[in-house]
Design a protein. Structure first.
Length: 447
């Protein structure tokens, strides 16, 4: 049975796509959004074609949400143990809030010391979107309120623009838990799934529900002994990439999509969103049925990106608004615009990954520990261990009887194994997480 490292790899790639999109949105805004006059024909042509998938930030966010729906459903649908739902729902706010609040704190410090240089750079690049951020006075009380309440319940992304996804991530997570609690195991659940798909069609919550449904379908087919042909991944993947490349932002050249009657009139944002969500669903489905894609995404490099994906997602705009702007300003004074951009992007990635890794080690992992600790202490969950049939580590569902040695505590945390320690790490972000629940082994390495 295979482990779930490939989902971390997919999440890491999605996080990189968001970073690339924001860099291009800052330095080549006319090429990426709204089909305005092109400043760079090459970038513009890529943005208006399937190659735009390489920096399609909106599709990456949809992929985060679908991944969250899948991963948050996996443990409960694999085991049938309702303790997973109780534990996941109780820990979810703290698990998301701690890293998010840290990013707000960093933003407040940068704002307090007037370190943001986005206004000047945004004006020089023509990115009014970027120039409009952080144009208010730092206020400690306001920052605390925003971190603890405003981001989740008022969709306040003033301190960090990427936090617009956090309230979707929180509400979407609870939607997943609620649907599982009410419908999982019911023979009529597929009918209810269809009803919910229709009701949520014009919202991002469709992505979370899609991930849940894909998880249920995947586990149900495996338990029934039904195998999907290995070749089936290719048409599913191509369909997903095609729909994922459908630009949420620009429509100056729609010939590629009009060819297949998928052109959408300007202004129908819900349709563009729907195509990206369906694309994310198809990409994840293709990976689930392809051993080759799983092996590729399970490489150590992608595993590292998966580990730092949430931190990378939360930090990259703050880094872009300060260090990257400083680098670009100095390079552009002596070098052509395009060269300055490429060097700025290249010189930003390594330190950004380094900082993201530090945040992962110091903040992100401890957020998981804190959420589990508070769950046990506040809800007085006993620390006894119980065997849960159907799960052997963080592995895919198997239709055969349970033969593993994993023992899980009543709060959903894995007990000790001979020779090592195994514990679940709820790492969904969004964007989201940038993610979903991960499993970590010795020395915190992703299994």
């Amino acid at each position: 049975m295979e482990k779930l490292k490939y989902l971390d790899g997919l999440r890491g790639l999605a996080a990189l796509a968001v970073v690339a999109f924001h860099f291009l949105y800052v330095f080549y805004p006319d090429n990426v959004s709204y089909g305005q006059a092109a400043g760079n024909p090459v970038v513009h042509a890529m943005a208006e074609s399937p190659l735009g998938l390489l920096f399609q930030g909106h599709f990456a966010v949809c992929l985060f949400f679908v991944l969250s729906g899948y991963v948050l459903s996996f443990k409960y649908l694999s085991s049938g143990n309702p303790e997973w739902l109780k534990s996941g729902a109780a820990r979810r706010y703290v698990r998301l809030a701690v890293p998010m609040a840290f990013s707000v704190l960093v933003s407040w410090v940068l704002l307090h010391f007037h370190l943001f240089a986005n206004a000047k750079v945004g004006q020089s690049t023509g990115s009014e979107w970027f120039a409009g951020f952080w144009r208010f006075d730092a206020n400690a009380a306001q920052a605390v309120f925003t971190a603890l309440y405003g981001v989740f319940f008022q969709a306040d992304a003033s301190y960090n623009v990427v936090l617009w996804t956090m309230h979707f991530e929180l509400y979407g997570s609870f939607l997943v838990y609620a649907v599982l609690a009410l419908l999982a195991g019911s023979k009529r659940r597929w009918i209810w799934y269809a009803v919910l798909l229709i009701l949520l069609r014009d919202t991002y919550y469709l992505a979370f529900l899609s991930g849940l449904i894909l998880c249920d379908l995947h586990i149900s087919l495996k338990r029934a002994g039904f195998g999907v042909p290995k070749w089936a991944f290719l048409p599913i993947l191509l369909c997903g990439l095609y729909l994922g490349s459908f630009s949420y932002y620009s429509f100056d050249n729609r010939a590629f999509w009009l060819l297949l009657h998928l052109g959408v009139p300007d202004g129908l944002e819900s349709e563009r969103q729907l195509y990206n969500i369906i694309g994310a669903f198809c990409v994840l489905a293709a990976i689930l049925v392809s051993p080759a894609l799983k092996r590729s995404l399970s490489a150590k490099m992608f595993g590292f990106l998966g580990d730092v994906s949430f931190s990378l997602y939360l930090l990259h705009m703050l880094f872009l608004g300060t260090v990257s702007c400083w680098i670009f300003t100095r390079l552009h004074a002596i070098l052509p615009y395009g060269v300055s951009f490429l060097l700025t992007f290249g010189l930003s990635i390594a330190p950004l990954l380094f900082l993201s890794y530090g945040m992962f080690r110091l903040i992100d992992r401890n957020a998981v520990k804190l959420s589990s600790y508070l769950y046990r202490k506040l809800l007085r969950v006993p620390a006894r261990t119980v065997a849960i049939p159907g799960i052997a580590g963080a592995r895919e569902p198997d239709r055969h009887a349970y033969r593993g040695r994993t023992r899980l505590s009543a709060d959903g945390n894995a007990g000790r194994l001979a020779g090592g320690r195994l514990s679940p790490s709820d790492d969904s972000h969004g964007v989201s997480d940038p993610g979903g629940d991960k499993w970590t082994g010795r020395a915190g390495r992703t299994l």
